[in-house]
Design a protein around this ligand. Structure first.
Ligand SMILES: Nc1ncnc2c1ncn2[C@@H]1O[C@H](COP(=O)(O)OP(=O)(O)OP(=O)(O)O)[C@@H](O)[C@H]1O
Ligand SMILES: [Mg+2]
Length: 244
């Protein structure tokens, strides 16, 4: 990287714990995000979702700095602007969807960004179409299936045309055909992405770099050498590398 290009987002020395008396979840963690697709894998409870929440300012780190387009994010006001450009797909779609109908949910973001109701509806209709969800406009959000909710939740984010997507376990609840459809959708998107998943086959198809999160630290792995299989050592359940 030359001196004129800076990472889109940068995390420096981030530490976090939920309570003063509890163990740290993240410890002196660094991450740079440019125009790339990053996979993030790690055991349950290792802090992956916590990391995303810190990146968009839903949680404040105990220490460390977050830079967005070179500017340090300090206050809620800074993060409000960041969240216009960083779309966060929650681990649970139920936490993301709140409007009565699908169209209202997907139009909410563009409306919030200042679009007129007509423009917002137009963007929402188009986004649903691009995700193969035409005909879903008037469906009642809370009656959708788990997989349908996940795709509608993705639509609510894409409708805001963010520059970076943070996708927290996007393949949860998806059947193999829908997972394949989602894979194609993600590969067709222009945005930088960070994808949390336990499905390393999916990550191998959708991302170019892979990090594992364990004991509060990020470790970069080489996709080509990653594999998962039954193993005598405890890392067998997770993608890992052998030195020989
Ligand atoms: N609101 C909270 N209060 C206290 N502890 C929490 C809270 N949220 C999460 N934790 C704890 O912090 C740790 C990290 O949680 P986090 O949800 O970030 O993990 P994760 O890597 O996303 O796990 P999973 O793969 O199960 O989604 C876990 O031990 C969890 O129990
Ligand atoms: Mg999680």
């Amino acid at each position: 990287m030359d001196m004129f290009t800076q990472p889109f987002m940068q995390l420096c020395n981030i530490s976090y714990r939920y309570a003063l008396t509890s163990a740290p979840v993240l410890q002196h963690l660094d991450l740079e995000v440019s125009d790339e697709r990053i996979g993030l894998i790690g055991p349950n409870g290792s802090g992956k979702t916590t990391l995303f929440q810190i990146m968009v300012g839903l949680l404040s780190p105990e220490s460390g700095q977050i830079f967005f387009e070179g500017q340090e994010m300090r206050r809620e006001k800074d993060f409000r602007l960041l969240r216009r450009q960083v779309g966060f797909l929650f681990q649970s779609a139920d936490d993301q969807l709140f409007s009565p109908t699908v169209l209202e949910d997907v139009a909410f973001g563009p409306l919030n960004l200042g679009c007129s109701p007509e423009e917002a509806q137009g963007i929402a209709t188009q986004t649903l179409k691009e995700l193969g969800l035409d005909g879903f406009e008037e469906r009642i959000t809370h009656r959708l299936s788990g997989g349908e909710k996940k795709l509608v939740a993705l639509a609510t984010i894409l409708a805001m045309k963010p520059r970076l997507l943070l996708l927290d376990e996007p393949t949860n609840n998806l059947d193999p055909a829908t997972r394949d459809r989602l894979t194609d959708i993600l590969l067709g998107l222009p945005q930088a992405q960070i994808i949390i998943s336990h499905d390393w086959d999916f990550l191998a198809r959708t991302t170019s770099h892979l990090y594992t999160l364990e004991h509060g630290h990020l470790h970069r792995c080489d996709h080509n050498h990653i594999h998962s299989h039954q193993h005598i050592h405890r890392y067998g359940e997770y993608p890992h590398q052998h030195s020989d």
